[in-house]
Design a protein around this ligand. Structure first.
Ligand SMILES: CC(=O)SCCNC(=O)CCNC(=O)[C@H](O)C(C)(C)COP(=O)(O)OP(=O)(O)OC[C@H]1O[C@@H](n2cnc3c(N)ncnc32)[C@H](O)[C@@H]1OP(=O)(O)O
Ligand SMILES: CC(C)C(=O)C(=O)O
Ligand SMILES: [Mg+2]
Length: 511
């Protein structure tokens, strides 16, 4: 069996995401959550980069006891001294020294020859070894480096005391099959590599960070460097949740791999990182996106209701979600709609069900954002349908910037038609509502809330009016959908009044 070490770099490479700046308290909270998830190593930061980073790393090193704490350092003495000063109190501190090895980085960035780079790397690792025997060496831009050169520099730094050799795909250039072979060759051709741990650190510039990491593990890597939600420099790092859940979900394939992480902490960690960094998680992000366990299509929903595994390779609970979700929308079918009714406690006969389902499909087709509240309203309006005591026959409103809004209303009660005109200083809707109050024979109606929302797009959008009225200490909600918003508002108001009348009549009948 193989244990793959999970090295989390959310607090170091993750924080290198443009615009992200975490406070010490936020970093500590993330580190605590990472420790709950049981990652093996937390790269807490790059202490030389700022006093703030130094202090954060120091605090994490002092407080998080059961995880290895790594700090990054360039291949120079002052970075290494600073890294050590920050992590020396950790239970198991690790100095992570790096230097670039690709021709392009050595020539243009470092302005060093390959031999000078080897010398500098060896010297830095030897220097770090005066502090600790837990030293990781990274060959920055390894995937664009010459393999023979990597065999050599790795051999030398291992002799100098490196205990972990990390192979970064710094610019996300690698292709899974190629990267897998690359790792295999390093394993086969580097002297002493069998005495140390082999690690990979993949970036997502071509969207292949997780695939490359997995390919590396298949070819012998012992450690994966990852970040929560895949954050990190540019397009980010391999996502912690994707890599871990790949091993868990495909344990049929990764038979020899033991996962020791508590995956039920994933969603909490993802939400925390997203909140603290201000980087929202895209809805279709694997594992932690809000759609990752949500299903809208009728055929899928039907399959899921019959057997969850028809459309889910993971259980939402395994990452700490309460459950998956069936999202009712225009692609949903009868099975999912029935499931919703049952779960919400509604019992309806077949005719009512068909009527409700058709109304639901109609609304879903029109409305951009269909919420459960919309569906509940649609269901209760049908189930608890009231006889219309008041029927709106006519509404007209005269308004403008130089006139006082005036409404005229005709309402039918049975065969009788009542007409009224009234004035109001507060706009056309206020004028309509006040006029209706004058027409109907209901004392003390107070408006609790009124909302109008465009549920389709464009200037001819359908408007949905929702009116809540308080009458005799009870709340009555009326709603209506029309393209004319003043008409929709009038109908919603009368709908609420009719609900009051209906309830009152029932009470009278029951006496
Ligand atoms: C692939 C990675 O993710 S690497 C980590 C990247 N992360 C960061 O850079 C974030 C933190 N960085 C910082 O705060 C700053 O860059 C610091 C404090 C580290 C350095 O700042 P400065 O001293 O002003 O240098 P600056 O960043 O402009 O340039 C980097 C210098 O380090 C050198 N350098 C780069 N990598 C290494 C290395 N691994 N080992 C030794 N020297 C290195 C560069 O050649 C350059 O040296 P030069 O000044 O002689 O030309
Ligand atoms: C410092 C190293 C490991 C790094 O972040 C990279 O090469 O991407
Ligand atoms: Mg990186």
């Amino acid at each position: 069996m193989r244990k793959i070490k999970v090295f989390d770099t959310t607090l170091r490479d993750g924080e290198q995401s443009p615009g992200v700046n975490l406070t010490k308290e936020e970093k500590l909270a993330i580190a605590e959550q990472l420790s709950m998830l049981k990652v093996d190593v937390i790269e807490a930061g790059f202490p030389i980069s700022s006093q703030g980073d130094f202090e954060s790393v120091k605090t994490i090193a002092e407080k998080i006891r059961d995880v290895e704490i790594a700090a990054l350092a360039r291949a120079n003495y002052k970075d290494i001294d600073c890294a050590w000063e920050a992590i020396q109190d950790a239970e198991n501190p690790r100095i992570h020294v790096f230097i670039a090895t690709s021709p392009i980085h050595m020539k243009y960035k470092l302005n060093m020859t390959p031999n000078q780079v080897i010398e500098r790397a060896v010297d830095a690792v030897k220097y770090a070894s005066k502090y600790t025997q837990n030293i990781e060496f990274s060959a920055e831009d390894a995937s664009r480096s010459d393999l023979e050169f990597l065999y050599l520099i790795f051999e030398k730094v291992i002799q100098a005391g490196a205990t972990v050799i990390n192979v970064p795909d710094t610019v996300g250039y690698a292709i899974p099959q190629e990267f897998g072979t690359f790792i295999k060759k390093i394993k086969e051709n580097t002297k002493g590599i069998d005495k140390v741990e082999l690690s990979v650190h993949c970036h997502n510039d071509l969207g292949m960070a997780t695939a490359n990491t997995v390919a590396a593990v298949i070819n012998g890597a012992d450690q994966v460097e990852v970040a929560v939600n895949g954050i990190g420099e540019r397009a980010g790092n391999s996502a912690l949740e994707e890599v871990i859940m790949t091993f868990v979900t495909r344990k049929d394939f990764f038979k020899d791999i033991i996962v020791t992480q508590d995956t039920s902490q994933i969603i909490k960690l993802s939400t925390m990182v997203s909140n603290f960094t201000g980087m929202p998680v895209q809805p279709n992000k694997a594992i932690v996106g809000k759609n990752a366990f949500a299903h809208e299509s009728g055929i899928h929903q039907d399959g899921l209701i019959k057997e969850r595994t028809t459309y889910e390779i993971m259980d939402a609970k395994s990452i700490g979600l309460k459950n998956n979700s069936l999202v009712l929308g225009k692609h949903s079918g009868r099975h999912a709609f029935k499931e919703y009714l049952n779960a919400s406690g509604y019992k309806v006969d077949e005719d009512t069900f068909e009527k409700l389902f058709n109304k639901f499909k109609n609304l879903a087709d029109k409305k951009k954002n269909l919420s459960n509240a919309d569906i509940d309203a649609l269901i209760s309006d049908e189930i608890y349908k009231v006889e219309d005591y008041y029927v709106l026959d006519y509404v007209s409103v005269n308004t403008g910037n130089t006139v006082l809004p005036t409404a005229t209303i005709k309402i039918k009660v049975g065969d009788q038609v009542i007409q009224k005109a009234a004035c109001s200083g507060d706009g056309p809707i206020d004028a309509i509502f006040k006029t209706i109050n004058e027409v109907v024979d209901i004392p003390s109606i107070s408006l609790v809330s009124y909302k109008i929302e465009a549920i389709t797009e464009g200037t001819d959008a359908l408007g949905e009016a929702i009116v809540k009225l308080k009458i005799e200490d009870e709340i009555y909600t009326g709603r209506s959908v029309e393209s004319d918003v003043t008409y929709a508002s009038s109908l919603a108001y009368i709908n609420a009044l009719n609900k009051y009348i209906s309830k009152k009549q029932k009470k009278v009948r029951n006496v």
